[in-house]
Design a protein around this ligand. Structure first.
Ligand code: EPU
Length: 357
């Protein structure tokens, strides 16, 4: 691992591009919520579409491999990065349009996700409250189609702007092209490393209707005797549920759920129920069945266990944490050991959710 010297800041090395700054040997530790050490040989901050175009047009960096970094909330860094790291810092939040059936809100990809949720609610444009407190940036949200408490980003998505990393052209992408799936999108497949998302627009339906039905939310309704919660109440509940179960990355390094909840066929599910009748599972409308990966990891006895400084969170076995000073390889050794024991007991291969670099 290279030791990061003081972030060297230089001009972009090309006449007429004085407003672009290239930083060398930058520690990425503060830029990933797991707090894993890694050094970017070259880092460029992106505040606009024009900044991306300057990188694409640059004789040195234009053809170099690139890595797009958002809030760093969904990556596991296992090595230093020889690629040009583009750190997306596009700002701004605004109401674009007030339609009879929806508010259309736009946010810069570099805005903090939770800040957007709180801001839209405060403006009187609810609809994102179930997604409160998800760590990361607005631009990273469509990449993994973030979801929680019965709502996914795709349910509120209008369109996004991105800049192509080969041509430098700005494009607007609509839901069909984004090919959203469970913690999945085109940006994890054919467009991976091909474009930089710069702005995202959301469609917040009017009139607002609460998204209820998730067990944890129903519990809050029963506890408080509230049959029809307001958007603010839902926001407060989601924040309270997350704070009780999930580690705050500002205090304990983590990347949220480390594995996806696997989808299985009814036959596979019957086989697993045969192995353990208490397995937590949810039938989905398409006939497949979602298994609770956290439950399976917990059932294998992993809660609270560690490999080096990487550990399994005590209150949610689906979340791996940095107990202080962990390195990426420790996290991956722990992840593989968990995968093996879940496979041994249930015959299911767990798939990591974050991008492993
Ligand atoms: N469970 C256990 N032990 C555990 C963890 C979970 O028995 O250690 C059981 C729970 O009791 C529950 C079931 O497993 O019966 C599911 O747990 P939970 O409701 O906490 O949700 P999850 O499936 O573990 C998913 C998302 C979370 C999201 C929550 C709430 C994925 C991979 N994870 O977790 O998303 O916040 O639902 O909607 O889909 C994230 O993606 O980073 C994330 C945190």
């Amino acid at each position: 691992m290279l030791l990061p010297p003081e972030g060297v800041v230089s001009g972009f090395g090309r006449p007429g591009a004085t407003d672009m700054q290239v930083e060398s040997a930058v520690s990425l530790k503060p830029y990933n919520t797991f707090g894993l050490p890694a050094v970017a040989q070259t880092l460029v901050r992106i505040a606009s579409d024009a900044d991306v175009r300057r990188v694409v047009d640059d004789p040195t960096f234009g053809r170099a491999p690139k890595f797009v970094l958002g809030g760093g909330s969904n990556i596991v860094l296992t090595r230093d990065m020889p690629q040009v790291v583009l750190k997306v810092e596009v700002r701004g939040m605004r109401l674009v349009e007030e339609r009879p059936d929806a508010w259309i809100v736009e946010a810069g990809a570099g805005e903090d996700w939770h800040a957007l949720v709180a801001w839209t609610l405060a403006q009187g444009w609810p609809g994102l409250e179930n997604l409160a407190l998800i760590p990361g940036t607005v631009g990273a949200a469509p990449v993994q189609n973030i979801g929680a408490y019965g709502l996914e980003l795709q349910d509120r998505f209008e369109s996004l702007d991105a800049v192509d990393l080969v041509t430098g052209r700005s494009v607007t992408l609509h839901p069909q092209i984004c090919a959203f799936g469970y913690r999945d999108s085109v940006f994890k497949h054919s467009l991976a490393g091909r474009s930089v998302i710069t702005r995202v627009r959301f469609r917040l339906p009017r009139p607002w209707r609460p998204v209820l039905g998730y067990l944890d939310i129903e519990r809050k309704m029963t506890e408080t005797g509230t049959a029809a919660p307001s958007a603010q109440q839902l926001f407060d509940w989601v924040c309270a549920i997350r704070r009780a179960k999930l580690p705050d990355p500002a205090l304990i390094g983590n990347a949220g759920s480390f594995f996806k909840n696997p989808l299985v066929t009814p036959e596979q599910c019957r086989d697993i129920i045969g192995r353990d009748p208490t397995v937590v599972h949810y039938p989905l409308p398409d006939g497949t069945i979602k298994l609770a990966a956290g439950w399976m990891i917990d059932a294998c006895g992993w809660k609270g266990k560690s490999v080096g400084q990487a550990g399994v969170y005590e209150k949610q076995a689906l979340v791996l944490v940095n107990r202080g000073g962990a390195i990426g390889s420790e996290v991956m050794t722990l992840a593989r050991a968990i995968q093996e024991s879940v496979y041994g007991r249930f015959g299911i291969r767990l798939e990591p959710e974050p991008v492993v670099v």
